[in-house]
Write a protein that binds this ligand. Structure first.
Ligand code: ZN
Length: 211
């Protein structure tokens, strides 16, 4: 237990570690940490409490990681390939886990995304689905917008016959505060092209139901 705790502190950079790395990233981390520190002070917390030692920098690093999608150059390079096989059916990747932060409260919402498209001339590697999702999830986000952005990305890069994304997620801002509905799932969907046709959507849902 102690050892684990120590590891966390080491990973997050004690005074001699991460705080001395160079570059503008470090300057930004320091600025975020100083704002976090101000919040803790405002809350009346005793910053000499050893449990709060380096909390400011840990939170700053957490934000850097959780909001990584905002960084310039973080958009995934998605190479598309010619659809040489002439595949014209649904390609689906389902149950892709993700973690994001709700832009209203900056607390996590997390769940699974199910993404599908029906190719026209271009296809993408299956691993790219998760990278696209990650890019849009790692920022202050709304589930509705996340769903739209992911399907929009597929459309823009692939020009498929159609695409569909369904996301189901738990929102800690709903579960921890306000109406307090633990376990409630929010489901959003976004569709493009041929997925506007009911039988195509039905096929998506059928594939989704299969274990
Ligand atoms: Zn929220």
């Amino acid at each position: 237990m102690n050892r684990d705790h120590r590891t966390v502190i080491d990973d997050c950079g004690a005074e001699d570690g991460a705080r001395q790395e160079g570059g503008s990233n470090q300057a930004q981390l320091e600025r975020i940490a100083s704002h976090v520190r101000a919040i803790l002070v405002e809350l009346g917390l005793d910053l000499t409490d050893h449990n709060l030692k380096d909390t400011d920098i840990r939170v700053a690093k957490l934000y850097e990681e959780m909001f990584h999608g905002l960084k310039e150059g973080s958009e995934p390079r998605v190479t598309t390939f010619p659809n040489e096989e002439g595949y014209s059916h649904m390609v689906m990747e389902k149950d892709i886990p993700f973690y994001s932060m709700c832009s209203h409260h900056l607390v996590p919402f997390y769940g699974r995304a199910h993404m599908a498209y029906i190719p026209a001339d271009r296809i993408i590697g299956l691993s790219k689905f998760a990278r696209i999702l990650e890019f849009y999830a790692k920022r202050p986000q709304l589930q509705e917008r996340l769903t739209e952005q992911v399907v929009g990305f597929l459309e823009e890069k692939l020009h498929p016959l159609g695409a569909m994304v369904v996301i189901d997620a738990r929102h800690l801002c709903v579960e921890m505060r306000g109406v307090k509905k633990p376990g409630a799932l929010t489901v959003t969907s976004a569709i493009r092209g041929i997925f506007h046709q009911r039988p195509v959507r039905a096929e998506f849902l059928d594939l989704l139901r299969r274990s």
